[in-house]
Write a protein that binds this ligand. Structure first.
Ligand code: AMP
Ligand code: ZN
Length: 471
């Protein structure tokens, strides 16, 4: 059984799923900018958690929401004079492109907040009827004093706590907790004009203006319940979301339905750049395209993101990126080498290696520890010439979680058939091309193929063979 650290209890706990399929909800991006590498570090962590759970044998239903309406997106759209949908669309596209480049492909559903307006209004009404909410200035607020245990999750110091009356902003600090907004009056916002379906909601017990929209926290309470039920198993987010976002999700969902929201809460630490918080004003703010322009590949960034435990801060530096590049290269070289026949029986060796890999993950998804085991496996394998299919199978196994292109899809020397006399130079180029393909460097692979063609030779890729012949 694996253990995971639960922010709610501040303890490492054994995992006990609610049912056969593990329900997992991860707070997703706010669609007001291109994801920065801090966000991406978190998305990689979510992907590794889901893939680890699947490696452990669980079925998983993973939901990540898209916040396409909140203070930030509305401000951005207004500044650009754009419709909210058009404004958020551009960032949604970049987000999905980045996920693809980073091989983050374990998430099953990406609900958008604007598709759940009716259900959100429903939840506001339930809270109002239950006596947990009140109306002021056309908005509806959650009365934190009415929810027993408000602040427990975020460990708010209740003794010296100064509670401000009400907070309208989606984000605020632990120093001024207050009644937070569930449904915010906004004279400039018209859901109908924005093409948002508000449903046939009726039965509101209170008078509020039609021109309004949900608070950010409400969105996650609703989408998680709609898609996973309540309670569900695991809730994920970055550490900055513990307060107020997750505290408020808990208050809303548990007050409304008298049930726990989620059984385990995981929080991913932040990425720093050169030891500092990333910010546009410091000029240390990067997106994935910025890194690509500097010559780093998405796989190198993914490797770097994996190399630090999700509960530790990750310091992004030029040097750490270079180290990731080198480490990835070593693994890819081994993947290439593994296409050679093994000179030794290595089944047992790789079975133990797999065991070490999964055991590390079972310890609160300790990917860095798993990677350590991978590197010692590779060193030993070189020492003993353990290559061939057991090595390839091991690489496919670990790549189910790491997803850094270790699945061997190239052919080794024994799969290359040379028809007639072929010079050493051509043979070397053909092997180089295979290596480039292993590294997903298809540009280089294509250039090498053209070069071989220009020198008067054909390369034919067949199912399990490559055939080289004179034209
Ligand atoms: P946002 O798009 O701002 O709503 O953030 C999406 C996710 O990224 C949230 O779970 C945040 O907690 C997380 N996040 C934001 N900044 C960082 C950072 N510097 N490092 C790691 N995760 C972050
Ligand atoms: Zn959320």
């Amino acid at each position: 059984m694996f253990k995971l650290y639960n922010t709610q209890t501040r303890k490492l706990q054994d995992f006990k799923p609610i049912s056969e399929k593990v329900g997992l909800y991860a707070c997703g991006p706010t669609l007001y900018n291109a994801p920065h590498i801090g966000n991406l570090r978190y998305f990689v962590a979510v992907d590794a958690v889901v893939k680890s759970l699947r490696l452990f044998g669980y079925k998983v239903n993973c939901v990540m929401n898209l916040t396409d309406i909140d203070d930030k997106t509305l401000k951005g759209a207004r500044e650009q004079g754009a419709k909210l949908k058009d404004y958020t669309k551009q960032f949604g596209e970049i987000f999905f492109e980045d996920l693809k480049k980073l091989r983050i492909d374990s998430i099953d559903k990406f609900p958008r907040a604007t598709d759940y307006f009716a259900q959100m209004r429903e939840l506001v009404a339930i809270l109002y009827k239950g006596g947990f909410a009140y109306v002021a200035d056309g908005s509806v607020y959650f009365a934190i004093g009415k929810f027993n245990g408000y602040g427990d999750f975020a460990h708010l110091d209740k003794e010296g706590l100064k509670v401000s009356a009400r907070v309208d902003n989606d984000e605020y600090s632990k120093d001024n907790p207050g009644d937070f907004v569930l449904w915010k009056a906004d004279p400039h916002f018209d859901a109908g004009e924005e093409g948002i379906n508000t449903g046939n909601f009726s039965g509101e017990e209170y008078e509020i203006t039609e021109k309004g929209r949900p608070g950010w926290h409400l969105e996650c309470s609703v989408m998680s319940r709609e898609l996973l039920g309540q309670p569900f198993d695991i809730h994920l987010g970055g550490v900055d979301l513990i307060f107020p976002h997750h505290q408020n999700e808990i208050a809303q969902s548990e007050a409304a339905f008298g049930k726990k929201l989620a059984n385990y809460w995981l929080h991913c630490e932040h990425l720093l750049v050169d030891g500092k918080k990333m910010s546009k004003s410091l000029g240390n703010f990067y997106t994935l395209s910025d890194l690509e322009q500097k010559g780093a590949s998405p796989d190198e960034f993914r490797f770097l993101a994996l190399s630090s435990h999700y509960r530790n801060k990750l310091d992004f530096t030029q040097n750490s990126l270079l180290q990731a590049k080198e480490s990835l290269k070593r693994l890819r070289e081994f993947a290439f080498k593994s296409a050679e026949q093994s000179k030794q029986d290595s089944d047992k060796f790789f079975a133990t290696a797999k065991d070490n890999f999964i055991k590390a993950l079972e310890d609160d998804f300790n990917v860095p520890k798993a990677l350590e085991s991978v590197f010692s496996t590779v060193t030993e394998a070189y020492k003993n010439s353990y290559f061939g299919s057991p090595a390839q199978e091991y690489l496919s196994y670990i790549d189910q979680v790491l997803s850094i292109g270790l699945k061997v899809n190239t052919k080794g020397e024994e799969n290359i058939i040379y028809e007639g006399e072929i010079s050493q130079e051509i043979k070397r180029m053909v092997l180089e091309r295979e290596k480039a393909r292993q590294n997903s460097d298809y540009g280089l692979a294509d250039r090498l193929r053209s070069k071989v063609n220009d020198l008067g030779y054909d390369i034919k890729d067949e199912k399990n063979k490559i055939r080289i012949s004179k034209k």
